[in-house]
Write a protein that binds this ligand. Structure first.
Ligand code: C2O
Ligand code: CU
Ligand code: CU
Length: 491
């Protein structure tokens, strides 16, 4: 493939001139020349904060610029959903509740809330066109129809999702139901929501969003890995079983999560709630947007011992997975007589047979043609099937309540793409090419699935009953904001 010379790529509302030929490799893809960002660990001497909980039935979230103690001894300027602090409260609800959340936009740009993983009416879903202007507010009201699980919320304004999430806007939304409650899983202080995010900070500890071309191609990868808004924190635990709700809330970074003592995670849930049965896994490759609900036992660990949550190396294309690093330190501070027994059966959810799909759709997410601005002319940097986001165009039309087979085909691609659907939950059927299998944390109900370079992933999606326009996109937020998002109308 020959280079077409100079193209113009659009992102963030500005045009960037790409001088292409000098950086083309033999496949005709542009090599942006950026080395993988090295993660720099901190001292693991700052306490892990746990966001306060707030009932989703009476919530107020005020997006604003504020400050937070992200790095020990420094005050960082960040965004949060309250004054004085990054991120937002953990919203809690029981299936069947009616959410009532007031969103106050105290930012100097348009914003909104998207309830990632929750099935909501189209006008409550945080579509990029449904925003509050600076000083404005929006009220979100909808019934919680999802099963118990670990969901989350974040902004979704057009071309500003990456920036606003990066600056600190995100929070958990935990749903419980009778099925989950009957299991007696670890709760209260033994149920820890952990959002993992990487940031790039200056020497004052401030992170401002200014992605360069490499960041726009790869997703912005930061050198500092935060948990619940604090760099390299530690948590004091008692020697018993904990429930950890792991959320990759990063813009672009993928983590291969493991425990430093080699113990397994007992996986109990994925994006959309509990698995059928627990499964022991020693590593979980978690892409942006994905969740893994795990039990970790510190029982039998001596008081004073330390266990790290870490990310191991993995085969992640050109710029991910090259380095192992620690994320969070658990310090066993107290013994315990608690003897939690892991239930043998977790949930009786039904598997959707492939034959129940009434339609198939396939999406080429290899980003051929658009990648790096080849071909000249104006084009977005990332696309789905050659198309990039256009609010005035409906790309797919779907019948409410339909079951469909969707294929995300990254066979020719060179970048990982975690693909995410609004307005539906799905089950992963199979993966061909690349890793060639469905992993334990991809069982159950999902809303985001990772397609590595060379992979084709098939999912069976159950669309909701709510009619209207929804989006689906890559959850690498730089990819999303530079066009890797389409619209579907459910009717
Ligand atoms: Cu978490 Cu449309 O996104
Ligand atoms: Cu979403
Ligand atoms: Cu992508």
């Amino acid at each position: 493939m020959a280079c077409a010379g100079t193209g113009v790529a659009l992102f963030g509302g500005t045009s960037v001139l790409l001088t292409a030929c000098g950086g083309c490799n033999k496949e005709g893809m542009m090599d942006m020349g950026g080395a993988a960002t090295e993660v720099v660990e901190g001292a693991f001497d700052a306490m892990l904060p746990v966001p306060p909980t707030m009932p989703a039935t009476a919530a107020t979230l005020s997006a604003q610029r504020t400050t937070a103690g992200v790095f020990k001894g420094k005050t960082s300027s960040v965004s949060g959903y309250q004054s004085g602090g990054i991120l937002g409260s953990t919203l809690t609800a029981t299936k069947g509740d009616t959410v009532n959340a007031v969103f106050q936009n105290n930012l100097n740009e348009a914003s909104n809330l998207h309830w990632h993983g929750l099935l909501t009416p189209a006008n409550m879903d945080g579509h990029p066109k449904d925003v509050a202007q600076p000083g404005g507010s929006l009220t979100y009201a909808f019934p919680v129809v999802n099963r118990a699980g670990t969901y989350w919320y974040h902004p979704h304004p057009d071309m500003k999702t990456a920036k606003q999430a990066y600056e600190g806007l995100a929070g958990f939304f935990l749903v419980t139901d009778a099925e989950e409650q009957a299991l007696g899983l670890p709760s209260g202080e033994y149920d820890l929501p952990l959002v993992i995010q990487d940031k790039r900070a200056d020497s004052n500890g401030n992170f401002s969003y200014s992605p360069d071309m490499t960041d726009m191609m790869n997703g912005l990868l930061g050198e500092s890995v935060l948990v619940n808004g604090v760099h390299s924190p530690f948590a004091e635990v008692v020697a018993r079983t904990y429930r950890l709700r792991l959320l990759n809330g990063s813009n672009g970074r993928i983590y291969n999560l493991a425990l430093s003592n080699g113990e397994a995670f007992i996986l109990i849930g994925s994006d959309g709630g509990l698995l059928a049965a627990p499964e022991a896994v020693t590593a979980i490759l978690l892409a942006p947007g994905e969740r893994a609900d795990v039990l970790v036992s510190f029982a039998g660990q001596a008081v004073g011992s330390e266990v790290f949550l870490e990310s191991k190396t993995f085969d992640g294309g050109e710029y991910q997975g090259k380095q192992a690093f620690s994320i969070l330190k658990f310090k066993v501070a107290e013994s315990s007589t608690n003897s939690f027994e892991i239930p043998a059966v977790l949930s009786g959810y039904a598997l959707l047979p492939e034959a129940s799909a009434t339609r198939s759709r396939s999406f080429d997410i290899s980003n051929g043609g658009g990648h790096g601005g080849h071909g000249g002319g104006m084009m977005a940097m990332h696309n789905i099937g050659g198309k990039s986001y256009d609010e005035s165009r409906i790309d797919e039309t779907i019948t409410a309540g339909a079951t469909e087979l969707w294929t995300f085909d990254n066979t020719e691609g060179i970048d990982p793409h975690p693909m995410h659907l609004h307005g539906a939950l799905f089950q992963v059927l199979d993966r061909t090419g690349g890793r060639g299998q469905v992993f334990p944390h991809e069982k159950g109900w999902k809303d985001t699935v990772l397609a590595m370079p060379g992979e084709k992933v098939r999912v069976i999606a159950a669309f909701g009953q709510e009619k209207g326009v929804f989006v689906f996109h890559c959850h690498n937020l730089e990819h999303e904001d530079s066009g890797m998002m389409l619209q579907m109308e459910i009717n």
